[in-house]
Design a protein around this ligand. Structure first.
Ligand SMILES: Cc1cc2nc3c(=O)[nH]c(=O)nc-3n(C[C@H](O)[C@H](O)[C@H](O)COP(=O)(O)OP(=O)(O)OC[C@H]3O[C@@H](n4cnc5c(N)ncnc54)[C@H](O)[C@@H]3O)c2cc1C
Ligand SMILES: *[C@@H]1O[C@H](CO)[C@@H](O)[C@H](O)[C@H]1NC(C)=O
Ligand SMILES: *[C@@H]1O[C@H](CO)[C@@H](O)[C@H](O)[C@H]1NC(C)=O
Ligand SMILES: *[C@@H]1O[C@H](CO)[C@@H](O)[C@H](O)[C@H]1NC(C)=O
Ligand SMILES: *[C@@H]1O[C@H](CO)[C@@H](O)[C@H](O)[C@H]1NC(C)=O
Ligand SMILES: *[C@@H]1O[C@H](CO)[C@@H](O)[C@H](O)[C@H]1NC(C)=O
Ligand SMILES: *[C@@H]1O[C@H](CO)[C@@H](O)[C@H](O)[C@H]1NC(C)=O
Ligand SMILES: *[C@@H]1O[C@H](CO)[C@@H](O)[C@H](O)[C@H]1NC(C)=O
Ligand SMILES: *[C@@H]1O[C@H](CO)[C@@H](O)[C@H](O)[C@H]1NC(C)=O
Length: 497
């Protein structure tokens, strides 16, 4: 009998057993059920090949370790997405746009021979993009009271002075114990307390997808708007010279595939992880205590690894194949998240040099309520616009259906068209691409943070031969994810390998 049929049969056995609530049947992991080709032994198995997973794989490989990235999609990159306009060949980055000018970033791009420039430094001087503030709920233009440049920089200086009180926050969610009251204040109150009003709209615009920034705890703003990001506001961010950010991931894909270090379109279905650092619950192997059953386009594989590095969002619903302990489930179940969605549209009726920012007439800092559009910008291809949409923080994994988000984006554009016929044409906008990035911005509630949530979560690092990285652990910021991964996570992964 072919071995993959055998493994399919034993897998069916597992599925039945699991649906009755019993633990995975160890025989499914029996090596004799897998051919040599279907058994893969590596130092480190990495779950997810987005920003954090790809960076980790390349660094570990460069240290001479064998890795296997298991990525559920047919491509690496995660939130980095580039649409290539078929008519012109022009790339349009609709996910990750920019990085900090710090060595962890510049070294990584240099390694792949990908040139970086200061974002905006090569924009066409003959094209002037004008900007308008609109209330997408009514379609009306909004007069946003804008602080002067001097007021904005003074507010950021005052904010940076607050950040400097917590130097460890620059490296991860390392909060003082006990957690200072300021860090869990709703950010809107913190802004008033330290007179940061002039910085708020800039913060809101730099980090969409974070939920309502004024009611969320201050530490969640500091987490993504740390000292490194603040300093980039004056020096400039980096982007790829080719305006094709997926270049990084195409090159990484080629390198990882050529060394049998990547399984695309693949997911872990079951796993065995030791119950603690010292014990090995697997009776069959002690040097490779991590065992994963992986469903791939070429059948079921058995992965044996010394360590596991998980980089996907840590909501328990997404981690069921990893046999979470009650303690792990308890911690991750406290996380909430927002939804964030991007899309490219055509026939919007919006002038090709007009960028629309969402605003509300009578809210603090003119920040509109969520769910709603953050803004609609011209794409580098005339006639196309990129729309950004977000939902509030919620304990629900998917806070809106894609149909709902798409309908709301179109409705918002049509309201703006109808209310301003002298600026916009009345059209039927069409989606060229639509992409859901939910769940986005996993974070803890203020109360849990105050009770030591992040210390408890970080204490999971290295337990059960499992390490963790990605936005859930650091922030929705690739530069900071790479710095955290290199500085905090990989030294632990490498220990004893
Ligand atoms: C529209 C948008 C714009 C952004 N712009 C910027 C920016 O300009 N600069 C910046 O620094 N950051 C930006 N971000 C933040 C961005 O999310 C982070 O920079 C970074 O991509 C997060 O990395 P990650 O590894 O945590 O997640 P991801 O990059 O999303 O990687 C996770 C990967 O895991 C895979 N996966 C999920 N579940 C499974 C599973 N069960 N098994 C296997 N694989 C799985 C996913 O397919 C994905 O490839 C932006 C995000 C969005 C959505
Ligand atoms: C992944 O799956 C998609 C959809 O089935 C397919 O188009 C793509 O070719 C696959 N890629 C790989 C590398 O298997
Ligand atoms: C990054 O900053 C350094 C100075 O620290 C500067 O020399 C370099 O030109 C910057 N990189 C880019 C791409 O501009
Ligand atoms: C801008 O316009 C000038 C004058 O018409 C032209 O010489 C130049 O090439 C244009 N620049 C770009 C980047 O298109
Ligand atoms: C915006 O402000 C200008 C100048 O103060 C005023 O003329 C205009 O009517 C205002 N528009 C709205 C929509 O309030
Ligand atoms: C953009 O990058 C992708 C991935 O490297 C590549 O396939 C594509 O040809 C590039 N396109 C352009 C226009 O740079
Ligand atoms: C554990 O796995 C490694 C690598 O496949 C193998 O060399 C070793 O013999 C195994 N040990 C046991 C006890 O099966
Ligand atoms: C609006 O319609 C006019 C007339 O059909 C057309 O010339 C113009 O390009 C359109 N503008 C936009 C932004 O769709
Ligand atoms: C488990 O191992 C990790 C990594 O070596 C270490 O950080 C952690 O303290 C260990 N935990 C226990 C309970 O020994």
């Amino acid at each position: 009998m072919p071995s993959n049929l055998l493994s399919t049969l034993s897998l069916l056995g597992i599925l039945v057993a699991q649906s009755c609530g019993s633990p995975s049947h160890p025989s499914a992991f029996d090596r004799s059920h897998f051919s040599e080709a279907d058994t893969i032994t590596r130092d480190v198995a990495i779950i997810g090949g987005g920003s954090g997973g790809t960076y980790s794989a390349i660094c570990l490989k460069d240290k001479g370790k064998s890795v296997l990235v298991i990525e559920k999609k047919g491509r690496l990159g995660g939130h980095t997405e580039t649409y290539i306009d078929p008519a012109t060949g022009i790339p349009i980055d609709i996910g990750v746009q920019i990085w900090h000018n710090v060595s962890v970033v510049t070294d990584y791009f240099k390694r792949f021979d990908i040139p970086l420039i200061v974002s905006g430094s090569d924009s066409n001087p003959n094209i002037t993009i004008s900007q308008g503030n609109y209330d997408f709920r009514t379609g009306q233009p909004v007069n946003v009271t804008s602080p002067s440049a001097a007021e904005v920089s003074a507010a950021f200086a005052a904010y940076a002075a607050q950040l400097e009180k917590y130097p460890e926050l620059n490296n991860g969610m390392f909060l003082p114990n006990p957690v200072p009251e300021d860090l869990v204040l709703p950010f809107g109150k913190f802004v008033k307390k330290y007179h940061l009003e002039a910085a708020v709209r800039t913060m809101y615009q730099y980090n969409p997808g974070l939920g309502d920034i004024l009611t969320g705890p201050t530490v969640e703003q500091m987490r993504v708007f740390g000292l490194s990001l603040v300093s980039q506001l004056s020096t400039g961010f980096l982007t790829t010279a080719h305006h094709n950010n997926s270049e990084l991931y195409t090159k990484a894909t080629a390198e990882l595939l050529s060394t049998s270090s990547l399984l695309l379109n693949s997911t872990v279905t079951h796993s065995i992880r030791p119950s603690s650092n010292s014990s090995h619950s697997s009776p069959t192997n002690t040097t490779h205590p991590i065992q994963l059953l992986v469903s791939t386009p070429s059948g079921q594989k058995l992965i044996l690894a010394k360590k596991l590095l998980i980089t996907i969002p840590t909501r328990p619903e997404l981690l069921t194949p990893f046999s979470l302990s009650p303690h792990e489930s308890h911690i991750f179940s406290k996380l909430i998240n927002a939804g964030y969605y991007t899309s490219i549209l055509r026939t919007t009726g919006i002038p090709s040099t007009l960028s629309l920012s969402a605003a509300a007439p009578s809210t603090p800092y003119n920040i509109p309520a969520l769910p709603g559009l953050y803004g609609i910008q011209p794409a580098p291809v005339p006639g196309l616009h990129i729309a950004y949409y977000g939902t509030p923080l919620s304990p629900s994994l998917y806070t809106a259906s894609d149909a709902e988000v798409r309908a709301n984006i179109i409705a918002g554009i049509k309201r703006v068209q109808a209310a301003n016929p002298s600026v916009f044409n009345a059209t039927e906008p069409e989606f060229v691409v639509y992409s859901s990035h939910a769940p986005f911005y996993l974070q803890a509630r203020a109360r849990d943070t105050q009770e030591g949530f992040y210390a408890e979560m970080y204490a999971l690092q290295g337990e059960r031969r499992t390490w963790w990285t990605g936005a859930s652990w650091r922030a929705q910021d690739s530069s900071d994810i790479w710095r955290y991964t290199a500085g905090v996570v990989l030294p632990g992964v490498l220990e004893g390998l």
